[in-house]
Ligand binder design. Structure first.
Ligand code: IPM
Ligand code: MN
Length: 361
């Protein structure tokens, strides 16, 4: 098979973890005889430095031509006080919108070897296995009006959370379909006791539910969901929510997995003629400027994103399973990065990546 992939390492630890993810991709291509066509592009702060904008036209063009996009992370502290439209993050929002990837799948699972890496009690996290489905191309991130007006103490600001029926329905159906292939439980998260957008959200999810009568549906308020995630996380199978709620709750979910560095993600939305998804694959973590360039970052989220890519965009389930198994094998050997608080000397980013390659090979 020809794997035509655009790689966007981005900023900070994005470079380091993506390097390991690409290494794993090469090992898979070699072992299963796939033809790998890799292109590399600019996104985020590095793109601002080199082209003046966070999402250059060249990157946009390449993202449309590729079968799948592997992204690292975006964000640099030097842009902390810059307005949102000039920030590296805007590049990520741009590529998500351009690719039409409205459903962001963020699997959260516990690993036996990492139970002690989580600050939560072992019996709470042992057996956690859920997928957070985050709506990715709507809500507060994209709504208008937006902006700050006025000066000083008389200034004010606005952002808009807006969703259409269609936007909610398509991500709800995606979540129901996913639940169907798993334990057949779906929790839909909203704030319908306060927000009209959430009332519509609940109405739409309820309206499509009869098409998935085999899936048990519950509606849960977002504040309660935040609590349940640490109180009784095993009750969740698939959890679907709007963009901002998903951003926040998936970082909370990372605590269950032992470290945010563990979480992969797959953003999908558009199917190709072949039936595979056009996808954007990225670890859930950010660019972590505090540890960037130190060969310390956890590459497993990025490598797990490669597994997700092999599965969703190329239908290569055997290869995807092999990558996930290799990650687990390495976790069991304890050769893990500092964020997972291993007993012995922590592995470097490179050593952890190399160990996964060896476990596959
Ligand atoms: C994420 C990140 C991004 C988001 C940032 C970098 C724009 O936090 O993917 O969760 O908020 O979507
Ligand atoms: Mn986030």
């Amino acid at each position: 098979m020809n794997l035509n992939i655009l790689v966007l390492p981005g900023d900070g630890i994005g470079l380091e973890v993506t390097r390991e993810a690409v290494r794993v991709l090469r090992v898979v291509a070699e072992k299963w005889n796939h033809q790998l066509t890799l292109r590399e592009g600019l996104l985020g702060g590095i793109a601002i430095h080199k082209t003046g904008g966070p999402f250059p036209a060249e990157t946009e063009k390449m993202s449309i031509e590729a079968d799948a996009v592997l992204m690292g992370a975006v964000g640099l502290p030097e842009f902390d006080n810059v307005s949102p439209e000039k920030r590296p993050e805007r590049g990520l929002l741009g590529i998500r919108k351009t690719m039409g990837v409205y459903a962001n799948l963020r699997p959260v699972r516990s690993y036996k070897a990492l139970l002690d890496s989580s600050p939560l009690k072992n019996h709470l996290v042992d057996g956690v296995d859920m997928v957070i489905v985050r709506e990715l191309t709507g809500g507060l991130y994209y709504g208008s009006p937006r902006g700050i007006t006025g000066e000083g103490t008389s200034s004010s600001a606005v952002n808009t959370m807006a969703y259409s029926w269609v936007e909610i329905e398509r991500v709800a159906r995606m979540a129901f379909e996913l639940a169907r292939k798993r334990r057949k439980k779906l929790a839909s998260v909203d704030k319908s006791n306060v927000l009209e957008v959430s009332q519509l959200w609940r109405r739409v999810v309820t309206a499509v539910a009869p098409d998935y009568a085999d899936v048990e549906l519950e509606h849960i308020l977002v504040d309660n969901c935040a609590m349940q995630l640490v109180l009784n996380p095993k009750r969740f199978d698939v959890v679907v929510m709007e963009n901002t709620f998903g951003d926040i709750l998936s970082d909370e979910g990372a605590v269950l997995a032992g470290s945010i560095g563990m979480l992969p993600s797959a953003s999908i939305g558009v199917k190709k003629a072949s039936g595979a998804w056009t996808g954007l694959y990225e670890p859930v973590h950010g660019s972590a400027p505090d540890i960037a360039g130190q060969n310390k970052a956890n590459p497993f989220g990025a490598i797990g994103s490669v597994a997700a890519m092999l599965e969703y965009s190329f239908g290569l389930t055997e290869e995807a399973a092999a990558v996930n198994r290799a990650i687990e094998t390495v976790l069991n050997t304890g050769r893990v990065t500092a964020d997972l608080r291993p007993a012995g000397t922590p592995a470097t980013t490179e050593q952890a990546g190399e160990a996964v390659c060896q476990a596959i090979g």
